[in-house]
Design a protein. Structure first.
Length: 512
């Protein structure tokens, strides 16, 4: 049976996939399509509703992304968000121009039409999140304004007879109160969706399409033992069984004991072809003397691929390479047209020429928490699914500056102590990610009545659901005190331990 479908038309916004994910959270299957899709192709998908995303352009600008105005005459419910709202207004005869005052961040929204289905069950006044320079200065014929802010006279508008709805604010972001409810109202009260989709369907559909795509060819999966690649591997394994070989690379940048632990888990918990490659020398040689974080990331991305290619060849021909890439990896690497924050080794760090027919990434549209739910659906044990993430470039992005064996070994010990103390305090599940960083800074200390001049370790622990934004964790002082004292006493060459109290943004989770 075909699931109800809602399509997000992407006009280049930062949040297009966040919208899709919120829709899926409401139990309605959702896909993102570029605005360049034709109206005919869109209609053949038989969507129950269409959401127009935000975007950086101005609708009246030259070569601004647009869509066929016939969309609004089909009787299919449409919700425009930000740029999407402005585009709807512009294409249906309203007026859009630069606003006298831009709105960025929180704004107080007042609903002026409490009987609008979009605002059903929502208080009249609430905080929404805005990000716009333009506004709808005059709504199109047939539209009524349904909400305002102090500077935005049409913060929401609708033409119920044509099932057209528009909001200037972003209901999809966490900072908009009742945002999920507004989207749910659109889906259930306007599109009349019943909410017939669940993660199990995604897993089944993805497995079926992987089976069709791969056919009788052979696939190599880049398996780190982390959550994403484990879920991707188990999915592909369910699709094509022994045509899959998983390859785990020990690049010398793993945490203490990690190489053997991953090998042990993969061999005992899963019945997949598994190989471990020891490539420590190759990675560390190529990283010698390199200090720039982006250079390190690119080198690591290249090393990974070269090892997959050369080691893959030794096992016969592999047509496809599977990676556990997830959506935030793509966003941060600049792959959606947004700014490059850091080149994730598996996306922005990939070399141009690759000796595989294609890279398959079954999770590339999902966020971390969705991947975890998919993992549970696939029957992966929950302690594996809930492990903290570990970046592919590993300790290379946690040793600031040049990487040396000595620095790696200091960091490994300090990190192991911090993890032990977090575990002993029973905090593992309440922290999303926690680790130590070896800063490139030395400072003066006093130990045993003598002067020291040694490294500073930074401890980092964050809470987040999607790893796109994060807050520093309020770890009890006693836990920090214990970790600090053990690190200074047990590791050697470390005389100072600091705790990183920066959220993301402005920082990122990793230091490089
Ligand atoms: N040591 C490794 N050996 C083989 N492949 C790796 C290794 N490290 C990373 N990869 C590949 O790079 C991808 C991205 O790494 P990333 O750390 O984001 O995901 P993960 O390790 O699967 O999950 P997690 O985010 O939980 O650590 C992985 O899904 C995997 O395909
Ligand atoms: O596989 C990966 N390859 C990378 O190059 C990479 N860089 C960051 N990360 C992980 O992504 C999440 C967000 O990290 P940042 O806030 O540091 O950008 C955090 O969970 C990071 O650990 C990576 N994972
Ligand atoms: N976030 C957006 O969609 C912005 C839309 C438009 N460029 C504006 O500034 O108003
Ligand atoms: Mg990882």
């Amino acid at each position: 049976m075909k699931n109800e479908l809602v399509v997000v038309l992407d006009f280049g916004g930062q949040y297009s996939n966040v919208i899709a994910r919120r829709v899926r959270e409401c139990g309605v299957y959702c896909e993102v399509k570029p605005y360049t899709i034709s109206l005919e192709a869109l209609l053949t998908m038989e969507p129950k509703g269409i959401i127009l995303s935000g975007g950086a352009n101005s609708v009246y600008g030259e070569s601004a992304p647009s869509f066929s105005p016939a969309l609004f005459e089909k009787g299919i419910p449409v919700l425009g968000i930000c740029y999407g709202a402005q585009l709807m207004a512009y294409l249906t005869g309203g007026r859009v121009n630069g606003a006298p005052k831009s709105e960025f961040g929180r704004a107080e929204l007042r609903i002026t039409a409490p009987d609008s289905p979009l605002f059903s069950g929502i208080p009249e006044l609430f905080t929404c999140w805005m990000s716009h320079n333009d506004y709808i200065s005059s709504p199109p014929p047939g539209f009524a304004v349904t909400a305002v802010t102090s500077t935005c006279p049409s913060a929401a508008m609708e033409d119920a007879s044509r099932k057209l709805y528009a909001v200037q604010f972003h209901p999809e972001v966490d900072h908009t109160e009742h945002g999920s409810q507004i989207l749910d109202n659109f889906l259930k009260r306007v599109c009349l969706c019943s909410g017939d989709w669940k993660m199990a369907d995604y897993v089944d559909q993805t497995v079926a399409s992987l089976r069709e795509k791969i056919g009788s060819k052979r696939v190599l999966c880049a398996l780190s033992g982390g959550v994403d690649s484990t879920v991707a591997a188990v999915m592909v394994h369910r699709a094509v069984g022994s045509q899959l070989t998983c390859m785990f690379i020990d690049h010398g940048l793993l945490r203490k004991g990690e190489g053997d632990a991953v090998e042990e888990v993969c061999k005992t918990q899963f019945h997949m072809n598994f190989v471990r490659i020891n490539a420590q020398e190759y990675f560390l040689d190529r990283l010698r003397g390199v200090t720039d974080p982006e250079k390190k990331r690119k080198i690591i991305g290249d090393c990974f691929i070269r090892v997959f290619e050369s080691e893959g060849k030794k096992l016969g021909r592999f047509d496809y390479l599977v990676q556990g890439t997830i959506y935030p990896d793509i966003i941060e690497s600049g792959g959606t047209g947004a700014a490059v924050i850091k080149s994730h080794h598996n996306v922005g760090g990939l070399p141009d020429v690759i000796d595989f027919e294609e890279i398959i990434e079954p999770l590339r549209r999902l966020f971390k928490d969705e991947v975890r739910r998919a993992g549970l659906e696939l029957g992966i044990p929950s302690d594996l699914v809930w492990r903290q993430p570990f970046p592919g470039p590993g300790l290379a992005v946690r040793v600031i500056g040049e990487i040396t064996e000595e620095k790696l070994s200091l960091l490994r010990e300090a990190d192991a102590i911090f993890r032990e103390e977090v575990k002993a305090a029973g905090l593992e599940r309440s922290l999303s990610q926690y680790f130590a960083v070896l800063t490139n800074m030395k400072s003066v200390g006093v130990m045993g009545d003598g002067r020291t001049y040694d490294y500073t370790i930074a401890l980092r622990a964050v809470t987040t659901s999607d790893f796109m934004t994060a807050d520093f964790a309020r770890i009890p002082y006693e836990v920090l005190a214990k970790a600090s004292s053990r690190i200074a006493n047990e590791v050697g060459n470390i005389n100072r331990v600091v705790y990183d109290i920066t959220p993301k943004p402005p920082a990122t989770i990793e230091w490089e």
